[in-house]
Design a protein around this ligand. Structure first.
Ligand SMILES: CC[C@@H](C(=O)O)C(=O)SCCNC(=O)CCNC(=O)[C@H](O)C(C)(C)COP(=O)(O)OP(=O)(O)OC[C@H]1O[C@@H](n2cnc3c(N)ncnc32)[C@H](O)[C@@H]1OP(=O)(O)O
Ligand SMILES: [Co+2]
Length: 140
């Protein structure tokens, strides 16, 4: 079912500080602007790599899903991996049928790439929070 690795989500207390790390220490040459996704409760900034992206995420608002993660990991850390799927509803139904806990009641939200995304609880994914996103080209 899963296709390409689209991005790795990295939680950070400061996108500005993380940008310095990826640009000045790791030498990333293509880094986007920081923007907010209010509904998802995060600030986002993409570090563009030849084969994938690092999605830097910083909490936005009191109910941000990243807030508890940063309380446990104050310096930040790897937060989720995101795989592309051809059809988000079909992927969700398949996972639910296999007993995995799809978050937000299984209702897809529009993610940072403008396509629907779902999250699968880490307890069913070997300790990794998994995001699935519809392949941008297969979304009208
Ligand atoms: C930018 C938009 C979008 C995109 O388009 O790409 C994004 O990526 S937004 C990214 C942020 N959004 C989300 O993470 C939404 C989904 N996440 C959630 O709903 C919650 O964070 C969660 C995964 C359900 C956890 O919330 P909660 O149950 O309230 O937190 P706990 O702290 O109680 O954790 C329970 C349990 O799970 C472990 N955990 C939590 N987060 C992670 C994680 N990122 N990776 C691995 N494990 C995680 C946590 O340690 C607890 O474990 P135990 O202590 O063993 O019970
Ligand atoms: Co993501």
């Amino acid at each position: 079912m899963i296709g390409k690795l689209n991005h790795v989500g990295v939680a950070t207390p400061s996108i500005e500080e993380s940008v310095k790390l990826y640009r000045d220490i790791l030498g990333a040459t293509s880094i986007g602007e920081k923007f907010v996704m209010e509904e998802q409760g995060v600030w986002v900034c993409f570090v563009n790599l030849p084969n994938s992206q690092i999605e830097l995420i910083e909490p936005y608002g009191e109910t941000s899903p990243v807030r508890a993660f940063l309380e446990k990991n104050p310096k930040g850390g790897q937060h989720h991996v995101c795989f592309e799927v051809e059809n988000i509803e079909a992927a969700r139904d398949d996972l639910v049928a296999k007993g995995a806990a799809v978050l937000n009641g299984g209702k897809p939200r529009i993610g940072a790439h403008g396509v629907p995304v779902i999250f699968v609880h880490p307890k069913d994914m070997g300790g990794v929070l998994v995001e699935l996103m519809e392949t941008p080209t297969s979304h009208p």
